[in-house]
Design a protein around this ligand. Structure first.
Ligand SMILES: [Zn+2]
Length: 461
């Protein structure tokens, strides 16, 4: 056995040992979860103050042994720019530096994945703004994997499901967390086969027809494409469970996939920085926050907390499980709605609605901000539109559409123009019929491509 495989097996054993306690926490009360978060927060802040000069400055004045979740509000917000600019001062293992992590990412082949024999590095797709690079510790990597599956495992332990064959249709690149974590924790008795979303769809369909997975995982846009293949009669699988991750799951996508495969879609809300932020249990159409692993603060566009039931403009994340690269009030631009409801599955981990968009997908026309919903709503209602991508233009928008049949898209175009006019935004809209919509190198379909924020400066220069 080579050294990498030996490490991987040790990691797999550690993850397996950790799993029962993570499943147990699904039955913890809200009070017990809150106490646990407070204890974890204090130990995270202790490490940050001890080993990160950058955090030490920002946390000065805070009594880390008595700190509560509410006190976090006095800590300044941390951005991805902060993280990338001050990486050396933030990371808590002095052996790690950004150049070395980048070199490790460049050299990843998918078979060798450990950095310094204990860390995993992942890169965020960076479709909007700056590329991010994150390092995960040994225990955090195990915890993330076990936490992704703990609701499934709970049903399995309750005898509600049989053997598992899983297919994952996701990124083909080992720098992406969704591929890397499955590679670490693969095991012989669990059949997991990864398909690259960049492969031709006929190849994926043939592979899935051969495998007949009981669990199908993938990006929402990929699952929609597979649902259309099933409708067309080429794909013949009946997964017991479907999970999706990495892209927003829109209501019409959930509806189509659930209808076609006659099962519920469990959404996983993930970020390269940490995951799972929330996981769908299958008993309700919502997701459960990982209330034992992280603290989230949903806020409005001015950083003020928003109440339950209101969609946030952005949010701050404190990752309680990984002190390697401490994320304390770190801004994630996801728009999240925490719900006041409780779930019939009995878990007291709070519920959140599917994350439908991100603030950084909005189009800003010299101060007139157009939310993606303005485009998404009419586009998703038009049955001739199979897939779309909206590109911001200085005078309006260009919409790439892949459609199933020849149809008149002029009424759709007019509807979008009218909506933009009502908002006072530039309203030159063109719809282009294209055979295929390019995916981001990560394999994700980016539906909304705002003009780069720096563009106006470049134009005036
Ligand atoms: Zn539930």
């Amino acid at each position: 056995m080579d050294q990498h495989e030996a490490l991987r097996r040790r990691h797999l054993a550690d993850m397996t040992a950790l799993t029962p306690s993570l499943v147990d926490r699904l039955d913890w009360s809200a009070e017990r979860l809150a106490e646990h978060r407070t204890a974890q927060l204090r130990s995270l802040l202790r490490v940050a103050v001890d080993r990160s000069p950058w955090h030490r400055r920002r946390l000065a004045g805070l009594d880390v042994d008595r700190v509560t979740e509410a006190d976090l509000r006095d800590v300044p917000v941390m951005t991805k720019d902060d993280l990338m600019e001050h990486f050396a001062e933030i990371v808590t293992d002095p052996r790690l530096d950004l150049a070395q992590v980048e070199a490790h990412l460049d050299g990843l082949t998918g078979t060798e994945s450990y950095l310094l024999d204990r860390y995993h590095a992942v890169a965020s797709s960076g479709s909007s703004g700056r590329r991010g690079v994150f390092v995960w510790g040994w225990d955090a990597w195990s915890t993330a994997y076990a936490a992704l599956w703990r609701y499934e495992l709970r049903s399995w332990l309750a005898g509600q499901s049989g053997p598992v064959t899983m297919a994952s249709v996701a990124a083909g690149r080992p720098t992406h967390a969704s591929r890397a974590i499955f590679a670490t924790f693969t095991r012989p008795e669990l059949v997991v086969r990864g398909f690259s979303i960049a492969s031709p769809v006929t190849e994926i369909v043939d592979g899935l027809n051969d495998l007949r997975p009981t669990i199908l995982g993938g990006y929402p846009s990929g699952l929609v494409a597979l649902a259309r293949e099933a409708l067309a009669g080429t794909l013949h699988i009946s997964p017991r469970r479907i999970v999706c991750f990495a892209e927003p799951l829109l209501p019409e996508m959930r509806e189509l996939v659930e209808q076609v495969f006659a099962t519920t879609v469990g959404n996983w809300w993930c970020a390269s920085e940490t995951f799972p932020l929330a996981v769908g249990c299958g008993a309700s159409p919502w997701m459960h926050l990982s209330d034992d692993l992280l603290i989230i603060e949903p806020v409005d566009s001015r950083g003020r907390p928003v109440p339950a039931g209101t969609r946030s403009a952005t949010m701050y994340l404190t990752n309680l499980v990984d002190p390697t690269l401490p994320l304390i009030r770190y801004e994630l631009t996801d728009e999240v709605t925490v719900l006041d409801d409780s779930c019939t599955c009995g878990s007291a981990h709070r519920l959140v609605a599917d994350v439908e968009g991100r603030m950084d997908e909005s189009f800003d026309y010299a101060g007139v901000v157009v939310h993606p919903h303005t485009f998404r709503s009419p586009l998703s209602r038009c049955r001739h539109v199979l897939e779309y991508q909206v590109l911001q233009r200085t005078d309006g928008a260009e919409i790439l559409v892949r459609r199933g049949e020849t149809a008149d898209l002029e009424p759709l175009r007019r509807e979008i123009v009218d909506a933009l006019v009502r908002l006072g935004a530039p309203a030159q809209v063109t719809i282009l019929d294209v055979p295929v919509i390019e995916r981001h190198p990560s394999g994700k379909l980016k539906r909304f491509l705002p003009l780069p924020a720096a563009r106006p400066n470049l134009v005036t220069a």
